[in-house]
Structures are given as C-alpha cells and as structure tokens.
Design a protein around this ligand. Structure first.
Ligand code: NAP
Length: 243
C-alpha cells in the first residue's frame, strides 16, 4: 500500500503501464500529465490532465496545489525540456522525483550516431531517399535538403504542408512486424533512415528491417537527462516507490 498522490509525466508506453500498475494498488491517487502532442492519445488509468503547465514555477505551484508526493518523469527520452522543468519544480516544491526511461537501442555495425538532427541533415547525400521517423516538431531541420526525397512517418496526418520540398507522409505508429517495415522501405526505395534513439519495443522492427536491407541508419543521440535516480522498467519504479 502506497497511499500517495503520484504525478506521472507521460506520453510513453512505460507511463501507461505504470499508471495501470499504480491504479491496481488501493489508496493511491494517480494523475498522468500529457503534453497534448497527439490528437487521440492512449488514455491512461487514473486521472488525466493535458497540456503544458506554463514553465517551472507553474509546475512547482501545481505540485503544491495538488499535494503531489512523488513525480515520476516517464516522458519520451527526447522530451528534455519537461524533464529539466520537472527536476527544478520538484526541487522547489520539495517533492521526490524519479526518471523512468527505457534503455537506448544498441547500434549495429555501420550505423552512424549523430549528435542531433542538424548533424543528421548534414550527412544526407544529394539524391538520398530518406525515411524520417522523428515526429513532426523538428522537420524544419530538413527544409534546406531540397535535392532529396523524404518519407515522413507521423502519428496524425499533418494539417498543413510540411516544410520539405519532396516528400510523402505515412501516418500511424511504427509497424510491429519487420516484414511490414521492410515492405515500406522497399516500396519507397528508401536508402537512409533517420531516427532518434528512443529505445523501447515500438520502433525496433524498423531498425531490424533497415539492418536486414542494409540501409544507412543515422541515429540521433539522446539529450542529457537531469541528475537524480533513474530506472528503466515499471517494476523498478514500483520497487523505488516501495523503498
Ligand atoms: P519538451 O520539449 O520536453 O517540452 C516542451 C514543453 O511541452 C514543456 O516545457 C511543457 O510545457 C510541455 N510538456 C511536455 N511534456 C509534457 C507533459 N508530459 N505534461 C505536460 N506538459 C508537457 O517535450 P515535447 O515538445 O513534447 O517533445 C520534445 C521531443 O520529444 C520531440 O523530439 C518529440 O518528438 C519527442 N516526443 C515527445 C512525446 C510526448 O508525448 N511529449 C512523445 C514522443 C516523442 P510547459 O513548459 O508549458 O509546462
């Protein structure tokens, strides 16, 4: 029995699984917070709030108002602004905080690790046929890559044209099946994959497909995380909460 008010900063599979696990333990109040980046997000167990808090001070005020005992930062590994904000706000409000972050993917021989998306854009060769699986927020990085063609995977269909010259959009989550991903690569004659090192099960099939087809992979390194305790599984999070 934990009997605590727990804020999960969510938007990931582990965040959903953690909310379900915590809601099965009687006595907890479990609130998940989502940024609101997708139109139809998976709904977590427990309470849900959506949208930014309005910065560090506002998040600290929220923690105090809602009498949060613990913050579990289970956001996407590349959502480093909210992670930093959560660390500072938890410190201000005197609330414990844990980072739950799935391990990164391992690199295969021949794949290139790049520091960020601009570095990936610099490595693209003229005439490249490139698969971008980087979300929608930073597509502008490839705006000047005008002599290349892009296949862009996005969860939701874009409302406006993308800031790219030659492209096609494929909507939805990554395929779970390697053969489906291979078919996508082959149909669009992809020779380069640009992906963030998000880790986790979703997205693994595309990496296997790229490996099997000998496709050039540009993997963006994760940003720095704030200090403090880190776990990589929901089970370890529950253990941390018990201790
Ligand atoms: P971010 O850059 O870390 O955060 C930007 C702002 O969004 C934060 O300052 C905060 O606004 C708000 N925010 C982010 N996560 C929140 C949450 N769980 N609850 C409430 N507010 C939240 O994060 P991002 O803009 O969402 O994404 C950055 C990178 O992560 C991108 O590369 C994106 O592709 C990747 N990513 C994010 C998600 C996701 O669910 N967020 C999922 C997959 C990939 P305030 O300052 O107003 O509080």
């Amino acid at each position: 029995m934990l009997n605590r008010t727990i804020l999960i900063l969510g938007g990931t599979r582990p965040a959903l699984d953690l909310a379900s696990a915590l809601c099965r333990i009687p006595g907890n109040r479990v609130i998940t917070s989502l940024a609101g980046r997708t139109r139809k997000p998976a709904i977590p167990a427990g309470e849900l709030r959506v949208g930014g808090f309005g910065g560090v001070q506002a998040l600290a005020a929220y923690l105090e108002l809602e009498k949060i005992d613990v913050v579990i930062d289970a956001t996407h590994p590349f959502a480093n602004v909210i992670s930093q904000n959560a660390a500072e706000a938890a410190h201000i409000a005197g609330v414990s905080r844990l980072l739950l972050q799935r391990p990164p993917w391992s690199l295969r021989e021949g794949w290139q690790l790049v520091a960020d998306l601009p570095a990936a854009a610099d490595k693209l060769l003229p005439g490249a046929r490139c698969f971008l699986t980087i979300g929608w927020q930073e597509l502008g990085v490839f705006e000047k890559s005008i002599d290349m063609w892009f296949l862009v995977r996005m969860i939701d269909a874009p409302k406006d044209p993308l800031p790219l010259k030659h492209y096609e959009v494929v909507t939805g989550l990554p395929y779970a099946d390697i053969e489906d991903e291979k078919k996508l690569f082959q149909t669009h004659r992809i020779d380069t994959l640009v992906t963030k090192n998000s880790g986790g099960g979703l997205g693994r099939a595309k990496l296997e497909a790229a490996h099997e087809l000998g496709i050039n992979v540009l993997m963006v390194e994760r940003p720095e995380t704030p200090g403090g305790d880190v776990v990589v599984t929901v089970e370890a999070t529950l253990e941390w909460l018990r201790s």
